[in-house]
Design a protein around this ligand. Structure first.
Ligand SMILES: N=C(N)NCCCC(=O)O
Ligand SMILES: [Zn+2]
Ligand SMILES: [Zn+2]
Length: 323
């Protein structure tokens, strides 16, 4: 069924009239949600990093990505689309999660995501550590049932606990599988690499249903073949994409908490995302940007472009569903 667009979407501030560097930063200089009332795609910051096992600082990731996104332009030639004209994309501000209590923060994030998804919007979250994927997936699964997951990350993030803690940035996807909120026929990690605690990390992960496309696979087989494989695995299921910016090589993303050598280039990441444009992308996150370790916004520029491709996919699908 097609629903008419309520009105012309309000797009970004016109950078030919107001210089890009002027004014407070929203994602891509888009309007705030309270300026437009409702959004088809809500871009949301999640300033939370109490779940990290190494360098802290991803609580500042969302705002760093917003700052770096000032240079994004309204037409996306790689997808031949003007994402902010096809649908209303708006910056919904930040979720105020308790930095001193992970359990409470996880509940707050889930509740805030419920509120956003309850309006009918798709959600693109910026910043935070990978802990936040669990409450976001819980919320998405309440709406769509168990979802397909493509998880771009150097790490598996299917470990069990750290120091006895169940909710950490290394454990969200094991919890999600345990909770039955993922479609175990359609799960894949992409960009996996680096030392593990033991071989059991891999066998456990496989038992949970995950496929693995390693960083070396991307290099050897190329982005088109990898995107084809991922599209086949996902089919037409509702898809959640979780991007940990450490999927990129530290040369492309130094500003992150647990860097691993031998990662994807930003070009490879962007091309794989574009190759997923026909998938039914219901929501996405972009986590683990820790600007304190960044230089010249290398990491947050890459993150802002990845989020731009993801929001473009969502906007195109919303426009297509309206007919
Ligand atoms: N999710 C991220 N970025 N990292 C997980 C690292 C797990 C560890 O410290 O062993
Ligand atoms: Zn991660
Ligand atoms: Zn990671």
């Amino acid at each position: 069924m097609s629903t008419p667009a309520p009105r012309e979407p309000r797009g970004p501030v016109d950078s030919s009239r107001i210089p890009r560097y002027a004014g407070p930063a929203t994602f891509a200089r888009l309007p705030r949600l309270d300026e437009v009332g409702t959004a088809d795609v809500a871009v949301v910051g999640v300033p939370f990093d109490t779940g990290v096992s190494y360098r802290p600082g991803a609580r500042f990731g969302g705002n760093a990505i917003r700052e770096a996104s000032r240079l994004l332009r309204p037409y996306n030639p790689a997808q031949d689309a003007s994402p902010f004209a096809l649908a209303q994309v708006a910056d919904a501000g930040d979720i105020a999660a308790n930095p001193f209590n992970i359990d409470e923060a996880v509940e707050t994030i889930e509740g805030a995501a419920d509120d956003i998804l309850g309006t009918g919007a798709r959600m693109m979250t910026l910043g935070g550590d990978h802990t936040i994927a669990l409450p976001l997936l819980r919320s998405v699964a309440k709406k769509h049932g168990p979802v397909a997951l493509l998880h771009f990350d150097a790490h598996l993030d299917t470990w069990d606990t750290y120091f006895g803690a169940e909710y950490t940035h290394g454990t969200p996807f094991r919890r999600a599988v345990e909770e039955g909120i993922l479609d175990t026929e359609a799960l894949s990690h992409v960009g996996t690499r680096g030392p593990l605690y033991g071989k059991k990390d891999l066998t456990d992960d496989e038992k949970m249903g995950f496929g693995i496309v390693t960083s070396a696979d991307v290099m050897r087989r190329g982005v088109d073949e990898i995107a084809d494989q991922l599209r086949q695995r996902v089919g037409d299921r509702p898809l959640y994409i979780s991007i940990d910016i450490d999927v990129l090589d530290p040369a492309h993303a130094p500003g992150t908490g647990t860097p691993e050598a031998g990662g994807l280039t930003s070009r490879e990441l962007l091309e794989i995302i574009r190759g997923l444009a026909s998938c039914n992308l219901v929501s996405a996150d972009l986590v683990e940007v820790a600007p304190a370790y960044d230089h010249a916004e290398i990491t947050s520029v890459a993150a802002s472009h990845a989020a731009y491709e993801l929001t473009t996919i969502m906007s195109r699908q919303i426009a297509a569903s309206r007919g």
